[in-house]
Write a protein that binds this ligand. Structure first.
Ligand code: NAD
Ligand code: ZN
Length: 248
């Protein structure tokens, strides 16, 4: 065990209210590529932003094509040591919430209750009408789309249907942002994991925690712009690091 891990361990042991904040990096060990690593999703595809999705049928078709191309990977993914270590601390009662930028549902699958996972960027395991918010299953969308790439529309209001994720340019979910800020303000230790911390406004949350007196730990393979704010930065692999400190 090196010094950094020992310091991390001590911070966890002496904190009573620990909030985790995760990004795509925690799910790479489950086989889901992140955005910005080599081989990540951005090397293959430029993201389609919200205004483009709404304005263009071609963009919507491309979005659904990509979605279904990734679906086998998403469906097969299971929580890894990183998710399980967080779930273990959660079960001990020290973790009131896990804030995540991920859309893969793996924290819930690892045993963190749905109401304690704060999804800042929504969820990709179902779809929703952009106007009346009626849910539509991916199965139903798939069936429609299979017929010559017909775009799904809402059965209630005829509105545009999109995965229940927040795209670039789309408004952040108000309730989730508020909860995230509240948890950041109230915690004594805030641990950011597997996020490049460049996507705003999500990346403001660790700064809020720090300004309200929490210790801030950043665990990520590479440096982030918020490193100067951190009590401790750990540039290591996520699964093995969390396994150590939670004694999994
Ligand atoms: P990002 O791709 O910008 O950053 C991921 C970071 O994790 C990188 O800095 C990378 O070096 C690090 N990383 C990857 N694997 C690691 C490992 N095993 N150990 C240590 N570090 C590792 O991701 P982001 O900051 O979450 O922002 C991207 C946005 O993309 C998010 O808003 C999210 O909504 C979305 N996204 C989600 C998923 C998912 O749900 N799993 C996947 C891709 C993208
Ligand atoms: Zn509708």
């Amino acid at each position: 065990m090196d010094d950094t891990i020992r310091q991390f361990q001590e911070l966890i042991d002496r904190s009573n209210r620990i909030v985790f904040f995760t990004g795509a990096g925690i799910s790479t060990e489950s086989g889901i590529p992140d955005f910005r690593s080599p081989g990540g999703l951005w090397e293959q595809n430029r993201p389609i932003d919200f205004s483009e999705f709404v304005a263009s049928a071609d963009a919507r078709k491309e979005a659904w094509r990509r979605k279904f191309a990734m679906d086998a990977v998403m469906t097969a993914a299971r929580p890894n040591d990183g998710h399980n270590a967080i779930a273990a601390l959660y079960q001990q009662g020290k973790v009131p919430a896990v804030i995540t930028q991920n859309i893969d549902g793996l924290h819930q699958m690892s045993g963190v209750k749905e109401e304690d996972v704060v999804e800042l960027h929504g969820n990709t395991t179902y779809a929703k009408c952009l106007d009346c918010h009626k849910k539509m299953s991916l199965e139903a969308v798939k069936k429609v789309f299979a017929k010559n790439e017909t775009l799904p529309t809402c059965s209630v209001c005829g509105g545009i249907v999109k995965t229940a994720t927040i795209s670039f340019g789309q408004a952040m979910p108000v309730v989730e942002m508020r909860r995230a800020e509240k948890e950041a303000i109230e915690c004594d230790l805030f641990i950011a994991i597997g996020s490049s911390l460049v996507v705003y406004p999500a990346a403001e949350i660790p700064v809020v925690a720090r300004h309200h007196g929490a210790e801030l730990v950043i665990l990520n393979r590479e440096a982030t712009p918020l490193d100067p704010y951190a009590t401790l930065t750990i540039n290591r692999e996520i699964g093995e690091t969390l396994r150590y400190v939670t004694k999994l």
